[in-house]
Design a protein around this ligand. Structure first.
Ligand code: ADP
Ligand code: MG
Length: 621
């Protein structure tokens, strides 16, 4: 029989599993049970929607059989099964390979990380087994197939007789040593507790032979007899009473479902009992999934109809701006046969989606108001998505979301809400000021912020690309308009430039504008600079920051901000400019170019010709 190679990624993952020192190896059982449950789901669903398929209800169970003598543990189901091709495809390659490829070798050391961060599914069995056999017969097939692997060097597939449809997984446990002992996975009592811990809510009975101490019939003596018992309670967690559930139950459910490999920051258990009845559990993850801000990411909640899974990720249940939310929704009022297209227009579904959205918002507002530290962790993972939500669709959702966004600020160490900002605005303050830049530290040093800080006004520090776009769409908050610190009108009386000064500047600035040409719209005295010599500001709709972003996005430079070069009249540099203007035209040209380039650098813009800039400085020296 030919030995086949694993696909490269699978091999790496297998190696990891085999050598893993992960402390919760018992989760392999959770993975195999969940696969068995998925397989039964598939055949159950088929039978439900297709009358020509008969399926015996008593067959919907999963059987666990430990065999101490041969040191094997068998997990068996009568689910949909796998064909030969499916065995090779599903078990020889990693379906969710993207998640694994994403991690570089250097990031994976002892396998802890990978197990912690990505659901490893079937391969986790290699943490405890030295040999894994999968015997399966697929629905609609006459023959069965047996897949065998003893580790990373490959697997074989051979034809076998199998009476029934379904899958049987036989693990031959590792031998164990002083450090690690695998016998626990043959121990009835231990197995029971693992099953209850991780798989209690699996909808199908998980059966196992357990010892019962019983009175012998027709005698007063007792004996130990083996009896098949259902180990799990089978009540889906969302149907259980909230009061009976612990934090751990929710966290286990979250990881069993592979909603994330972090711990959820928050969950919400809804049991709605009105004209429309449904149960839901919603989770807010802590960390951003690796593909979250990519096209691959699919939002959605698991949708059940009376306990039967009808869709893995129903996107219509949550809006895009809350696409990070994971969870399940189960309703008795949804038809099993409902198609994707019909779901989209389903009135019931829309009602549920609305309630769910409100609930998520309430939970987030609760965190924001009562546990700011956790909210900041949440916001650093998903805040960007909410800000996109403000901006997208022409700002249609801005009112709904505006109180959820937070920004850094010039006066506070923590992130602040718009409400907090407005509440402490100075009496004479007209606008909500903001400044944009790469980092808080860089923004804090921007010359344009000086005058506003001097007035004692707070400035919001915008560091995400989407920030300014979001504020532009909002336009105002609580009737206060947003205003960039670089904007022409700052909304207060600035120090007047005297008539003399203005006259002095006029010719100099016109000459500077001639030198700079299209690069600037105007050169003028600055009303906002205190200690710094120059800065750039913009006029009109497009700010300098937006120009930068639009340029990186479209790679073209069509959209340009109308830039104004501002000169500080009280800075010695102005005297120099004036002098050179009247006596040394070459030097004047040199100064002008250098000042312009400096202003660009301060703004975080690149300069047209760095070599020339360096040459000019050298010349000056
Ligand atoms: P996942 O369950 O996330 O898809 P796994 O590694 O757990 O990843 O399983 C890989 C695939 O193998 C499953 O998607 C399924 O197609 C198949 N599979 C595993 N176990 C069974 C089973 N007991 N019955 C039928 N198919 C199975
Ligand atoms: Mg799985």
């Amino acid at each position: 029989m030919d030995k086949r190679e694993f696909q490269a990624e699978s091999k790496r993952l297998l190696d990891l599993m085999i050598n893993s020192i992960y402390t919760h190896k018992e989760i392999f059982l959770r993975e195999l049970i969940s696969n068995a449950s998925d397989a039964i789901d598939k055949i159950y669903y088929k039978a439900l929607v297709d009358d020509s398929i008969s399926f015996n209800k008593d067959d919907y169970y999963i059987r666990i059989t430990p065999d101490e003598e041969n040191r094997t543990l068998t997990i068996e189901d009568k689910g949909i099964g796998m064909t030969k091709e499916e065995l090779e495809d599903n078990l020889g390659t990693i379906a969710r390979s993207g998640s694994f490829q994403f991690k570089k070798d250097t990031e994976i050391k002892d396998g802890y990380d990978i197990i912690g961060q990505f659901g490893v599914g079937f391969y986790s069995s290699f943490m405890v087994a030295k040999k894994v056999e999968v015997v399966s017969r697929a629905f609609g097939q006459e023959e069965g197939w047996k897949w065998i692997s003893e580790g990373a060097d490959g697997y074989t597939v051979e034809k076998v007789d199998k009476d029934e449809i379904g899958t049987k997984i036989i693990l031959t446990l590792k031998d164990g040593n002083e450090d690690e002992d695998y016998d626990g996975y043959l121990d009835e009592y231990n197995l029971k507790s693992i099953i209850r811990k991780y798989s209690d809510f699996i909808r199908y009975p998980i059966k196992m032979n357990v010892s019962e101490y019983k009175k012998k019939p027709d005698s007063d003596d007792y004996e130990t007899v083996k009896e098949e018992k259902t180990i799990n309670s089978m009540v889906p967690i969302w149907r259980k009473n909230k009061n009976e559930l612990t934090e751990e139950d929710y966290e286990n459910f979250y990881s069993e479902k592979h909603f994330g490999y972090d711990k959820p920051i928050k969950w919400s258990h809804m049991s709605i009992d009105g004209t429309l009845r449904y149960d839901a559990i919603l989770f807010i993850p802590e960390r951003t999934p690796y593909d979250y801000y990519s096209k691959e990411y699919e939002k959605g909640l698991e949708l059940y109809s009376s306990g039967v899974l009808i869709m893995n990720k129903c996107p219509d249940l949550i809006p895009d701006y809350f696409s990070f939310v994971k969870g399940v929704v189960d309703s008795e009022d949804l038809s099993l046969n409902i198609s994707r297209e019909m779901l989209q227009h389903d009135r019931q579904l829309k009602l549920m989606a609305k309630k769910i959205e409100e609930k998520i918002k309430d939970e987030l507002m609760g965190l924001l108001n009562n546990d700011r530290e956790t909210y900041e962790r949440f916001f650093s993972s998903f805040g960007k998505q909410i800000k996109f939500g403000v901006y997208n669709d022409f700002g249609i959702n801005k009112e709904k979301l505006q109180d959820l966004i937070v920004f850094h600020s010039s006066t506070e160490k923590k992130l602040v809400t718009l409400k907090e900002y407005v509440e402490r605005m100075k009496e004479d303050q007209k606008y909500i000021y903001y400044a944009t830049g790469e980092s808080v530290e860089k923004i804090d040093r921007l010359p344009q912020t000086e005058i506003i800080k001097d007035k004692g006004y707070e400035i919001l520090y915008l560091t995400d690309e989407v920030d300014e776009f979001a504020l532009k769409i909002m336009n105002q908050y609580s009737e206060k308009e947003f205003r960039s610190v670089s904007s022409g009108d700052l909304g207060f009386e600035e120090e007047k430039i005297t008539d003399d000064e203005a006259k002095e500047g006029k010719d100099v600035f016109r000459a500077m504008k001639d030198i700079l040409g299209d690069k600037v719209k105007e050169v003028r005295f600055s009303k906002r600079l205190k200690t710094h010599p120059v800065c750039l500001s913009s006029e009109g709709e497009v700010s300098i920051e937006m120009e930068k972003i639009l340029r990186t996005m479209s790679n073209s430079s069509d959209v340009k901000a109308d830039k104004v070069l501002e000169i500080n009249a009280n800075h010695p540099i102005f005297e120099k400019l004036k002098n050179s203007y009247s006596i040394d035209k070459d030097k004047f040209e040199l100064y002008t170019s250098i000042l312009y380039d400096q202003a660009r650098l301060i703004e975080g813009l690149d300069i047209d010709d760095p070599v020339e800039f360096a040459d000019r400085i050298a010349k000056l020296m």
